[in-house]
Design a protein around this ligand. Structure first.
Ligand SMILES: *Cc1c(COP(=O)(O)O)cnc(C)c1O
Length: 230
C-alpha cells in the first residue's frame, strides 16, 4: 500500500508541475514518516523515496542508522536549541527555523562539523495563534538578523497551512508565501537566499505546487493515518 501511495503521490506531483509549467525536477516529495515504524519507511524507500521528513529529534536519531545512507532527512518540526547538536550532522535541511537563537545555534553547531546547514524560515502566514513560525511583518527584520550567520544557507520559506476541508482555501497562504519569497530575493542579499518554498501537505500539496512549491511534505497520503496525530 505504501509503495503504491508513494508512486501515486509522486505522479500527482509531476502531473501538477507539468500542468502549471513548472519543472518537476525542481520539486521534491518529502515522505513524512513521523510516528511510523522502520518497515514502513523501508517500503517507501524501496518505492523510490529518498527524502524523509520527521518532526522529532529523537525519531531522527533512532531511525537514522536504520535506513540506507543515501536518505536525505528533513527536520520539519519545532526544534529546541539544546537539541540541534543531536541532528546537525544527520539532517539534509531544517525546515522549521523561527527564531534568531535557533538560527545562531544551528550555525554554531554546523561550524563544529565544518558544514553549512540548509535552512528554511518557517512563516506563520495564516497568523494562527497555535502555530510556530515568524510573523509575516517580522520576516524582513528576521532575515536581516540571520543573513550573515556563516554556517547556514537560507534555502527559502516554509509554512504549515491551516487544516481546511477545501484545499483551495489555502491557496491564499501559498500565494502570500511565494510573494514574501520573491520580495526577499529582490533584495539580493549577497546571493545568500535560495528563493525556494517548502509548502503543501497531503491535503493541499497540489494547490501548493500550482503556486510554485519546491518541497511538498506528505505524510498521511503516503503512510496512511497516524496513530497519534502529531
Ligand atoms: C505531519 C507534518 C506534515 C505531513 O502532514 P500530512 O497531512 O500527514 O501530509 C507536513 N509538514 C509538517 C511540518 C508536519 O508536521
Amino acid at each position: 500500500m505504501i509503495s503504491e501511495n508513494y508512486k501515486k503521490c509522486l505522479s500527482s506531483v509531476k502531473k501538477k508541475a507539468n500542468e502549471y509549467g513548472f519543472d518537476s525536477n525542481n520539486i521534491t516529495l518529502i515522505a513524512v514518516s513521523k510516528t511510523k515504524p522502520i518497515p514502513d519507511l523501508l517500503e517507501a524507500y524501496n518505492a523510490g523515496a529518498r527524502d524523509f521528513g520527521e518532526n522529532k529529534v529523537q525519531e531522527i536519531v533512532e531511525k537514522y542508522d536504520k535506513l540506507p545512507n543515501d536518505v536525505r532527512w528533513h527536520m520539519i518540526g519545532h526544534l529546541q536549541t539544546n537539541k540541534v547538536k543531536y541532528i546537525i550532522d544527520k539532517v539534509w535541511a531544517i525546515h522549521s527555523v523561527d527564531s534568531l537563537k535557533l538560527a545562531e545555534v544551528i550555525s554554531k553547531e554546523a561550524a563544529k562539523h565544518k558544514l553549512t546547514m540548509p535552512i528554511f524560515i518557517e512563516v506563520n502566514v495564516a497568523d494562527e495563534e497555535t502555530k510556530f513560525g515568524v510573523k509575516v511583518d517580522e520576516l524582513p527584520g528576521f532575515i536581516d538578523k540571520i543573513k550573515d550567520l556563516p554556517n547556514i544557507t537560507i534555502m527559502g520559506l516554509m509554512t504549515v497551512a491551516p487544516y481546511v476541508d477545501n484545499p483551495e482555501d489555502n491557496r491564499q497562504h501559498f500565494v502570500t508565501l511565494k510573494q514574501l519569497s520573491v520580495d526577499i530575493s529582490r533584495k539580493n542579499i549577497d546571493n545568500r537566499y535560495g528563493n525556494l518554498l517548502s509548502m503543501g501537505m497531503t491535503n493541499d500539496f497540489e494547490v501548493a505546487i500550482s503556486e510554485g512549491s519546491n518541497f511538498v511534505r506528505v505524510g498521511t497520503g503516503i503512510f496512511g493515518k497516524r496513530e497519534y496525530n502529531i
